[in-house]
Design a protein around this ligand. Structure first.
Ligand code: FMN
Length: 186
């Protein structure tokens, strides 16, 4: 089984990145193959909105989104992780979500059987952000509600998540539950 994490924070080794590492480390210890893609490290251009995707064999944008979306579709489990930026996902994750529109118009969804969400805010906006992510998940995966696992919590400065024991444990638990869910669902 493999679990792919897409990290929306551009802050390397920041709170989101750290929590993702915890979830993936736990999953790896339990036998999963894991991969982390930090979206800001790649060329993922915004959707151009021409709305002609369904007439095309591939997206007109030539960048890293194609191979990232391919991995997104093929992974057994996917983690979507983001800091809260103005009550929503980060721009990096939103651009990726929009690029999934090409697949949406071709009726292609991720085959992942379990989805993890990791959302980190300084003070507020967790619920709005989680809602936005859940709507994306509903359109982009064929998973039941109980296969969508969430970790959200508060952290602000670099290193805050590292010293937040309960949040750290929740992230590890997310990794464990994703592996358990994949074992149960074949
Ligand atoms: C552009 C920007 C917008 C932000 N907007 C919010 C917000 O709406 N609500 C909030 O609680 N924190 C907000 N924050 C704080 C981050 O969510 C918080 O610092 C988080 O821990 C950053 O995670 P990271 O270390 O993974 O980048 C914002 C930070 C930035 C840089």
């Amino acid at each position: 089984m493999n679990i792919l994490a897409l990290v929306g924070s551009p802050r390397l080794e920041g709170n989101t990145d750290f929590l993702v590492d915890q979830a993936l480390a736990e999953a790896a210890e339990l036998g999963a193959e894991t991969e982390k893609i930090i979206l800001s490290q790649y060329d993922v251009k915004p959707c151009l909105g021409h709305d002609e995707c369904s007439d095309l064999d591939s997206c007109v944008q030539r960048d890293d989104a194609a191979w990232i979306l391919d991995k997104f579709c093929k992974a057994d489990g996917v983690i979507l992780a983001t800091p809260v930026y103005y009550y929503n996902v980060s721009a990096q994750l939103k651009v990726f979500m929009d690029r999934n529109y090409f697949l949406y118009t071709h009726k292609r969804k991720s085959q992942a059987r379990v989805v993890g969400m990791i959302v980190v805010a300084e003070v507020e906006g967790l619920e709005d952000t989680a809602q936005a992510l859940k709507r994306f998940i509903k359109e982009s995966f064929d998973v039941e509600k109980d296969s969508i696992l969430e970790v959200h919590g508060y952290a602000s400065r670099l290193g805050d998540a590292r010293s937040n024991g309960p949040l750290l444990r929740q992230a590890r638990e997310l990794g464990r539950q994703m592996v358990e869910s994949l074992k149960v669902n074949g």
